[in-house]
Design a protein around this ligand. Structure first.
Ligand SMILES: [Zn+2]
Length: 194
C-alpha cells in the first residue's frame, strides 16, 4: 500500500491530511482539486490516509484512535477500535514518520460531519481564522474522550498546533471548495511567528 503525499516536501510549514476516516471522503476530493489548480504550493498534502470506504481501515482500526499517546487504550472492537497496540497500523506509522521528517509548524486534518473547528495545542488563533472563513464555531474539544487521537499525539504531546476541521457532509462537496480553498490559501503564508 502506498499513501500519496504531494506539494512541498522540503521543509513545509503546514501539513494537511485528508480522510483519516474512509467514510469522510471530502478531504481527498478537495485536496486533489486544489493541487490541480495550485502546482507551486508551500503546503504538504496527504489527500487520503485511509483507503477503505468505512470509518475504520481495512484491519478494522480507527486510525484516529491508534496514535501512541499516554491515553491510548485497548478497547472493544467497534468502529472506534484503536488497534491491538498503539501505532499498529501502517497508516499511523506513515503519519508519525512524515511528521517527524517534515516537522511542520501546523497540521490541519479534514474530517466530517460536525461543522466545527477543533484544535489541540497552541492553535486557538489559527482556529479562529479558519472559523471566520468557513463559519463553523471553534471548539477546543469534540465533547467526548478520544484516546489515541491524532490531535492528542501531535497537538498536545508533540506540541505541534493541530486543527481538526469537521466539514459539512450534507452539502455537495463542490460547495466546500470556496471556503476550504480560502483556508488553504491562507495557510500558504502561515508563519508560526505571526
Ligand atoms: Zn473523522
Amino acid at each position: 500500500m502506498a499513501i500519496d503525499i504531494f506539494g512541498n516536501l522540503n521543509n513545509p510549514q503546514v501539513l494537511v491530511i485528508g480522510v483519516f476516516h474512509g467514510d469522510e471522503p471530502q478531504g481527498d476530493f478537495l485536496i486533489r482539486k486544489y493541487l490541480e489548480q495550485n502546482e507551486n504550493t508551500n503546503i504538504a498534502f496527504i489527500p487520503r490516509l485511509n483507503e477503505s470506504n468505512t470509518r475504520v481501515n481495512k484491519n478494522g482500526v480507527d486510525l484516529n484512535r491508534n496514535f501512541p499517546t499516554k491515553n491510548w487504550e485497548l478497547t472493544e472492537k467497534n468502529e472506534f477500535f484503536g488497534g491491538e497496540k498503539p501505532a499498529s497500523e501502517i497508516e499511523t506509522q506513515f503519519i508519525i514518520n512524515t511528521v517527524e521528517k517534515l516537522q511542520p509548524s501546523l497540521i490541519l486534518t479534514l474530517h466530517a460531519p460536525f461543522k466545527v473547528v477543533n484544535y489541540d495545542g497552541d492553535a486557538r488563533h489559527i482556529a479562529e481564522e479558519i472559523s471566520s472563513i468557513i463559519g463553523y464555531p471553534v471548539e477546543e474539544s469534540i465533547g467526548y474522550p478520544t484516546p489515541g487521537s491524532f490531535g492528542t499525539w501531535a497537538g498536545i504531546e508533540k506540541g505541534i498546533p493541530t486543527i481538526t476541521l469537521e466539514l459539512d457532509e450534507e452539502i455537495n462537496v463542490e460547495e466546500l471548495e470556496k471556503p476550504v480553498f480560502s483556508i488553504f490559501k491562507m495557510l500558504e503564508f502561515f508563519s508560526p511567528l505571526a
